[in-house]
Design a protein. Structure first.
Length: 246
């Protein structure tokens, strides 16, 4: 019996939909799954150019091995945290300005007491104690030293805090055609932990299965010049708790 083509297509549609759904379910991991595939493939090929644009961590084939294939075991609920790029940049700028101002005043004081400073440094080098006016100068100079250490600690702390947020934001929003100053934006960062079961060929030729947790993050910026949605990047890889090799 002859069946019209449209009838055949109608009957096949549910089957095709089921096959597509099953294929997607088996692959797992949602749209970010492609990132994981590219990461492990690039790691296998030691393609540092590609890796440099998508990951802040490595999976070195010479020490970790090669991921031959993997399956996504679970995906954590997304976690969204605010970014404080503009605020941290302001704090850093203020700390640097305070350091520069202090150093200017310190140099002026140093130049005005060059002889006392010379005698003090020579005495310290020889392990000798200073007396009289040189002892009074030592008290003042030690205060300059303490103030310098304190202000430099603030500069260092401000730089570390900004760097921690900026490194993720810079990579996520990197655009080779348009430079982005992320410190001119407010924003947020979304994080997801992908737990995967990876079949790995180790450097010594063994095949093992490891459970790994891979953290992906995406930065979204908001500013006067418009919003910027960054790409997902890999920021951390760690063994799952109890996920020993087998």
């Amino acid at each position: 019996m002859h069946r019209p083509r449209y009838a055949t297509g109608f009957l096949l549609a549910p089957i095709l939909f089921t096959l597509v759904f099953v294929a997607l379910a088996c692959s797992g991991g949602g749209p970010e799954r492609t990132i994981l595939d590219r990461f492990f493939q690039s790691s296998k090929l030691r393609d540092n150019v590609t890796l440099g644009g998508m990951a802040m961590v490595t999976f070195d084939k010479n020490t970790e091995g090669v991921v031959e294939n993997f399956s996504v075991v679970s995906i954590s609920e997304p976690q969204v945290q605010p970014l404080h790029l503009k605020e941290l940049a302001k704090v850093q700028a203020e700390a640097v300005k305070a350091s520069e101002d202090l150093n200017t005043k310190k140099r002026t004081y140093q130049d005005a007491h060059a002889d006392e400073l010379k005698r003090l440094l020579e005495a310290e080098q020889k392990g000798q104690k200073v007396k009289g006016k040189d002892a009074e100068f030592l008290v003042s100079w030690n205060k300059w030293r303490e103030d310098t250490i304190a202000v430099e600690k603030k500069v260092s702390a401000a730089r570390e805090q900004l760097s921690a947020e900026r490194s993720v934001a810079d990579m996520s929003t990197f655009n080779p055609q348009t430079a982005v100053d992320v410190t001119a934006y407010d924003g947020e960062v979304e994080s997801k932990d992908y737990t995967i079961s990876a079949n790995i060929l180790t450097p010594d030729g063994k095949r093992v299965t490891k459970t790994l947790v891979i953290t992906l993050q995406q930065v979204r910026l908001k500013g006067d010049k418009g919003d910027i949605n960054g790409k997902w990047i890999i920021t951390k890889i760690a063994p799952a708790a109890g996920g020993n090799a087998s």
